[in-house]
Design a protein around this ligand. Structure first.
Ligand code: C6P
Length: 412
């Protein structure tokens, strides 16, 4: 593929075995990529190769298998770090975005957030970037405050500036909303937060898989993301920290491998990032994530973003003609990612998702783990279609036809 060539999604589907299966006798139209993405054969092969040829623990054994496994695991750390513009020593492998944020909540938060401190989050956060801060605030006597949204589903910048005047200890915000698709200008927001003296955490669960991300350029202190939303396996993700920050933090979990020396009454800690990877790590899935990074690197993230923007434009144009369909989030597709949350007349999102499933179309319905945002939208739930590299116009056409069919059944 040439760098400048647009992605040929139909051709790309051949790399994803699951996309050739049928659901209820129909072609699988997979539009639930914000929940998790499908896996290319290259990732599946990397997992099979590990278990069938060099399965072994890492960082422990000098035998051949142990050396090979360690090399592959650390190789994957290097690739994953470089993918987001970071150094391997600043990247901790975790289970996913949720664990990365909990790690910061404990290992950084316990020491740094004091009674009376303010933590700032936004109304468009996933529960994973709310509940750890609620718990930390409760434990340490701090308060959690929210930046509101403008009517178009973008952040209320004036409200953000107001909260920065309270000199928050931490600003935690998402790079991209999993419901509204809003892409936040995290470079600008982190810089504003920094000037106000805050530490920053960016939730990159919905951005790293879909657009070029450079943590150095963004200037965040912490950046979290999940492997399974970027073609990798479940159970693996990363926390990337600003240079030197991990060294200042206490361990998250304790036990094997994260130590340097253990005495009867105290222990000393391993170097970073190993200090934060206690016990036997998720070796196979980290290696699988490395294969996913290779796959995305070969395509190029600019092209991934470009493909999704084209698809988004097409979907907006097509869905505009469906009477009774309300789409949430910014109307300017340039400031959103390939996520479309909507409601359709009085059809309950779960009913719509069930009818679409009959047509082989997978979307998500519900609150999308963003209940404060649902309250702000004043709806109990939405339907959500989310795109990736293997989606094309035919998927959008199938979605539209399925919605229209549901409209007929519900007499919209
Ligand atoms: N959102 C969705 O369907 P984990 O589960 O740890 O890999 O990722 C959590 C998470 C954190 N932040 C954002 C913005 C997210 O979208 C998610 C996961 C999925 O929207 C599953 S709830």
């Amino acid at each position: 593929m040439l760098e400048s060539e647009a992605i040929n999604a139909e051709r790309m589907r051949a790399d994803f075995p699951i996309l050739s299966r049928k659901v209820h006798g129909k072609r699988l139209v997979y539009l639930d990529n914000a929940a998790t993405t499908q896996k290319p054969q290259a990732v599946i092969d990397a997992l099979v190769r590990f278990y069938s040829t060099y399965n072994s623990n890492v960082h422990r054994s000098v035998h051949t298998l142990g050396e090979e496994a360690t090399e592959a695991y650390e190789g994957s750390r290097k690739k994953t770090a470089e993918f987001v513009g970071a150094k391997p020593r600043d990247l901790v492998f975790v289970r996913g975005t949720t664990e990365a944020i909990n790690l910061v909540g404990s290992a950084w938060g316990e020491k740094n957030v004091k009674k009376g401190d303010v933590i700032v989050a936004t109304k468009m956060e996933h529960h994973s970037n709310i509940v750890p801060w609620q718990q930390l605030a409760k434990r340490n006597g701090a308060s959690l405050k929210y930046v509101g949204l403008d009517t178009d589903g973008t952040l209320d910048l004036a409200g953000f500036e107001d909260l920065l005047r309270e000199a928050p200890r931490l600003v935690a915000l998402t790079h991209c909303s999993n419901v509204l698709g809003t892409v936040n200008d995290v470079t600008k927001l982190c810089s504003m937060a920094k000037m106000a003296g805050a530490t920053t955490l960016v939730d990159g669960a919905q951005s790293v898989p879909h657009m070029p991300v450079d943590v150095e350029e963004i200037g965040s202190d912490f950046y979290a993301f999940s492997g399974h939303k970027m073609l990798g396996p479940t159970g693996i993700g990363a926390l990337v920290a600003r240079k030197g920050l991990l060294e200042e933090m206490d361990p998250f979990q304790t036990g094997g491998e994260m130590i340097r020396e253990v005495f009867d009454d105290h222990s000393t800690w391993n170097d970073v990032p190993y200090k934060f990877e206690a016990g036997t790590v998720n070796i196979a899935d980290a290696i699988g994530l490395g294969a996913a990074v290779d796959y995305l690197d070969a395509i190029g993230m600019e092209r991934v973003r470009d493909h999704e923007l084209r698809l988004l434009d097409y979907a907006f144009k097509e869905l505009a003609s469906v009477k009774g369909l309300k789409i949430y989030g910014p109307s300017d597709t340039r400031s959103r990612a390939g996520v479309i949350s909507f409601n359709y007349a009085d059809v309950h999102p779960h009913d719509l998702a069930t009818i679409l499933d009959e047509e082989g179309i997978a979307i998500r319905s519900g609150h999308h783990c963003a209940q404060p945002l649902m309250r702000w939208l004043d709806v109990p739930a939405t339907s959500r279609a989310s795109f990736y590299i293997y989606n094309a116009h035919d998927d959008v056409d199938a979605l539209k036809a399925g919605i229209v069919k549901a409209g007929g059944l519900f007499k919209v």
